[in-house]
Write a protein that binds this ligand. Structure first.
Ligand code: SF4
Ligand code: SF4
Length: 116
């Protein structure tokens, strides 16, 4: 679930507002977006992946909205870590070729026959 937006890093590009499939963020004129509907977050990591300045942290473990929208020092070091892990961003290389989930798909197809 989305946990934090760094006001220090945010350049107010509103990409996170655009890519979020469940409209968690609200655009604010001349301001960074607000996390307005945290409870609607699906932990898809799209906002963190698209943020060009690593200003977002999506926590894979957080599943309730009772925690404040702040980060511990350890979590602060995780800002943009998903984007980094998938190799998005200047000077990084995509890690898509390392993805092994196609093996699961092949196993399912072997079991149930190919998808039409
Ligand atoms: S994508 Fe990142 S920089 Fe752009 S508005 Fe969202 S948090 Fe700020
Ligand atoms: S993780 Fe996905 S659903 Fe959650 S705020 Fe980011 S883009 Fe929206």
């Amino acid at each position: 679930m989305i946990k934090y937006l760094s006001e220090d890093r945010c350049i107010q590009c509103n990409l996170c507002v655009k890519v979020c499939p469940t409209s968690v963020f609200d655009k604010v004129a001349d301001h960074f977006p607000t996390i307005s509907r945290q409870e609607d977050c699906q932990t898809c990591f799209l906002c963190e992946a698209y943020c060009p300045v690593d200003a977002l942290y999506v926590s894979p473990m957080l599943d309730n909205t009772n925690e404040p929208l702040t980060v511990t020092p350890e979590e602060s070091a995780m800002l943009g870590s998903y984007r980094q892990a998938i190799g998005w961003g200047k000077g990084r290389s995509s890690t898509a070729s390392l993805d092994m989930t196609h093996i699961l798909r092949d196993l399912v197809e072997d079991d149930a026959g190919p998808r039409s």
